[in-house]
Write a protein that binds this ligand. Structure first.
Ligand code: TXA
Ligand code: MG
Length: 340
């Protein structure tokens, strides 16, 4: 086994990583949302390596990343005026659009679907890397399937050491949860995964914006879904996470009455920690942007607490909070205790 190297994003190192991509290999890259596991989207064999390295189900398609809007034309069969307007408004940035795929694009990257997900990130290193590769880049989050997405180069290393040669280090991700994924069809937008680009922001461009059912509800494995990602287990730490939707007072009362054997807590930074239980925190109570940035790191730290059950505080439900909530209920396998 070889040791994966974490590289500073110098021009030389970006070129070194681009050369790996052009040889059909995988590289870990930073984006403003989470780190990605990159391959040449046009190289079927390279894309297959992504599914193997992550242990990802083959029907769960990948996002294709570009660094200039003009690169979208060979990827899609149609780029509607609405999609173009969305691109001009929100790219580079954390928005992924699901559009009709071009016939020339291989089916491995789209998981056999007739659509393709495309995103143009804002992170300078990501864009310089894609430009140096001179090909569109398929990149899912660079975690082992089912684990929280990585928001630092070290997280990628922890999951994929020995599987990839290089990780470009772009520091901690500014956004911290993955991009908003939308389908764009017939002048309508459906949100398939909430993220930093919110429903209200999307409504400034299109009146008809709705949220897919699986975003907040558990779907069965055989359900027909608008996005395969909706039906798979996500972000799961080793311990069982139980989300408590309550005031902090009611949360504390609930813990007081519970069995505290092998129990940990996931609190906000400014919650007064009255219990002597292993604890991680994930941002300030009223600051959903802070929670969003630190959520995945906190979920990963839960594994170091060596507990079987974690009671987690529920965040505020503003629009950024919705993206956090969406990840939390998945981490909790949709197990939420409501005490209102
Ligand atoms: O922020 C992000 O989007 C990160 C960074 C690396 O760009 N990428 C990322 O990729 O989160 P991934 O593979 O972890 O999540 C992609 C999601 C999955 O839920 C997948 O099911 C959905 O997008 N998706 C991809 N192609 C799709 C398609 N054609 N139709 C519907 N959903 C699609
Ligand atoms: Mg992912």
């Amino acid at each position: 086994m070889f040791e994966t190297q974490i590289l500073q994003p110098s021009i030389e190192n970006i070129q070194l990583c681009a050369d790996m991509i052009n040889k059909g290999e995988l590289v870990g890259i930073p984006t403003e949302t989470v780190y990605g596991l990159a391959a040449n989207a046009l190289d079927e064999q390279a894309v297959k390596k992504i599914y193997i390295a992550k242990g990802r189900p083959q029907d769960n398609p990948l996002i294709v990343h570009i660094s200039d809007i003009s690169q979208i034309y060979p990827l899609v069969s149609e780029f509607s005026p609405l999609a173009e307007k969305l691109a001009k408004t929100f790219w580079g940035g954390p928005l992924t659009m699901v559009l009709p795929k071009s016939t020339s694009l291989n089916e491995v990257v789209t998981g056999g679907l007739d659509t393709v997900a495309v995103r143009l990130p804002s992170h300078t290193v990501a864009c310089e890397f894609i430009t140096a590769c001179k090909v569109p880049i398929a990149a899912p989050s660079a975690n082992i399937s089912g684990k929280p997405s990585p928001t630092t180069a070290q997280h990628v290393y922890n999951d994929l050491n020995g599987n990839i040669k290089y990780i470009l280090d772009g520091g901690a991700c500014e956004v911290g949860v993955e991009s908003t994924v939308i389908s764009v069809q017939d002048e309508k937008i459906v949100v398939l995964r909430p993220g930093d680009v919110t429903v209200s922001q999307l409504k400034t461009v299109c009146e008809d914006v709705s949220v897919a059912k699986g975003v907040t509800q558990r779907l069965s494995m055989d359900a027909k879904v608008s996005s395969p990602g909706l039906k798979y287990k996500h972000y799961a730490p080793k311990a069982k996470v139980i989300l408590i939707d309550a005031t902090y007072e009611a949360f504390c009362d609930y813990i007081r009455q519970s069995d505290k054997q092998n129990v940990g807590l996931m609190l906000f930074d400014d919650d007064d920690n009255v219990f002597e239980l292993p604890t991680v925190t994930y941002g300030k109570r009223q600051d959903t942007a802070d929670q969003r940035k630190r959520l995945f790191s906190a979920l990963r730290r839960l594994d170091t607490l060596k507990v079987d059950t974690v009671y987690a505080r529920f965040n505020n439900e503003d629009e950024i909070g919705f993206a956090v909530y969406n990840r939390l209920i998945r981490a909790a396998g949709f197990e939420v205790i409501k005490l209102w």
